[in-house]
Design a protein around this ligand. Structure first.
Ligand code: MHO
Length: 179
């Protein structure tokens, strides 16, 4: 099957084990791949990125069919499942690799992403959203052992404490978007 109808978006929303697990649940999402983006170092390793000096952010590359799931719906799930108000951290995970970011691949995604943030920030009900909206320059896939991490390690402490609550939230809040 040719992928003529799909679009790609790259999201940074904290640890990519979490974001991968969440976005794999959604209908219209054809693939989710953890990796690194936003920095200057080519083909970085997890250890390099964890060191905090590569400029890279832990991200997922999401390939979706916009006829089955709207970009706005992906944005709703994205902003509901991570804290977009903290710089250089996501919960207990601290470092620039945990920054919130949208790496767009189309002008429409840029516009919709920025608009979504502007609306929330203008309403002023929460701390300002600090999500970076940037063009995707390069995506570097993560090492194989990061792929399907949640599926393969459900009993690990991090998965139970940090990832499972996000999964539960999506199951309840976004029933209509599930596979
Ligand atoms: N604090 C977590 C983060 C993992 S994530 C892929 C850990 O080091 O286990 O950044």
């Amino acid at each position: 099957m040719q992928d003529v109808d799909t679009e790609t978006i790259v999201f940074g929303g904290g640890c990519f084990w979490c974001t991968e697990a969440v976005f794999k649940m959604l209908k219209g999402v054809q693939s989710v791949e953890p990796g690194y983006a936003g920095g200057k170092v080519a083909n970085p390793t997890y250890e390099q990125v964890s060191g905090g000096n590569t400029g890279h952010i832990e991200v997922i590359k999401v390939v979706y069919n916009p006829d089955e799931i709207a970009f706005e719906e992906l944005l709703r799930v994205f902003f509901s499942t991570h804290d977009a108000t903290t710089v250089d951290r996501q919960g207990n995970d601290v470092g620039p690799q945990y920054n919130s970011a949208i790496f767009y691949t189309t002008p429409r995604q840029q516009e919709k992403g920025q608009h979504y943030i502007d609306v929330i920030n203008k309403a002023g009900h929460v701390q300002p959203i600090v999500t970076q909206v940037r063009p995707l320059e390069a995506f570097y896939p993560a090492e194989d052992y990061h792929k399907n991490y949640y599926e393969r390690n459900k009993s690990a402490g991090y998965c139970q404490l940090v990832i499972e609550p996000k999964i539960d939230k999506v199951e309840k809040k976004f029933k209509d978007l599930l596979k």
